[in-house]
Ligand binder design. Structure first.
Ligand code: FE
Length: 212
């Protein structure tokens, strides 16, 4: 909508939002982009592609040793090929899966900007793109984990992986104990976006199956 009123908006846009909107308006006016196509793209990544995709990948890896082996050997294929999940698309061309173990915890960042595996996780959260996360993840990864309420044993090594335009990472979190009889769908429901970035771990909700 055109807005020619004096600009005294109570909730003014950030400089970046203003720049993005100006750029979008310009591109539409010059006919370089189709607003309907843009809306479709945004809808796709806001509603259809999201962490539920990655959660299914993780749940399968937990349930099927052969699939896990494939995922760790060639995540691009195990996630993208029809024999895997067929999750392909922008920002997911070369994917590497990083397995968390009691010895090693993996944490993913993009220090340069916001590279992120869209086909499995959707759009990156705002904090992932923020300067504090991008710098602190490298300088003080345990501090970042503490910010997210995660405390790991002192002997666990924290490895930080810097995403690029060529390489995206998916963390394969540890399967929580007490889930031996869970179906893939039940497992997938436990897997959070943050656990697949490495800023979270997967836990059982207190009400569910605590008898293990
Ligand atoms: Fe980036």
């Amino acid at each position: 909508m055109a807005d020619n009123a004096p600009h005294t908006h109570p909730n003014a846009l950030s400089d970046m939002d203003v720049r993005v909107r100006a750029l979008e308006t310009l591109l539409v006016q010059k006919g370089y982009i189709d607003p309907a196509a843009l809306d479709e793209l945004i809808d796709t990544y806001e509603h259809r592609v999201g962490p539920h995709n990655g959660a299914r990948v993780v749940a399968r890896a937990w349930s099927d040793p052969a699939y896990k082996e494939w995922l760790l050997r060639d995540a691009t294929a195990a996630v993208g090929e029809p024999g895997g999940f067929g999750f392909v698309g922008r920002q997911g061309e070369h994917l590497i899966a990083l397995e968390n173990t009691p010895q090693v915890h993996n944490l993913v960042v993009c220090t340069l900007c916001s590279c992120y595996p869209w086909p499995v996780l959707g759009l990156p959260p705002v904090w992932y793109k923020s300067a504090p996360y991008r710098s602190k993840a490298v300088i003080d990864p345990r501090g970042v984990l503490a910010d997210f309420g995660v405390s790991l044993p002192a002997q666990t090594e924290v490895r930080v992986w810097d995403s690029t335009a060529e390489l995206r990472y998916l963390v394969l979190p540890m399967r929580p104990p007490g889930t031996d009889d869970f179906s893939e769908a039940q497992l997938a429901a436990l897997v959070t976006r943050d656990a697949m970035i490495g800023t979270g771990i997967v836990t059982l909700p207190r009400s569910a199956g605590a008898q293990a």
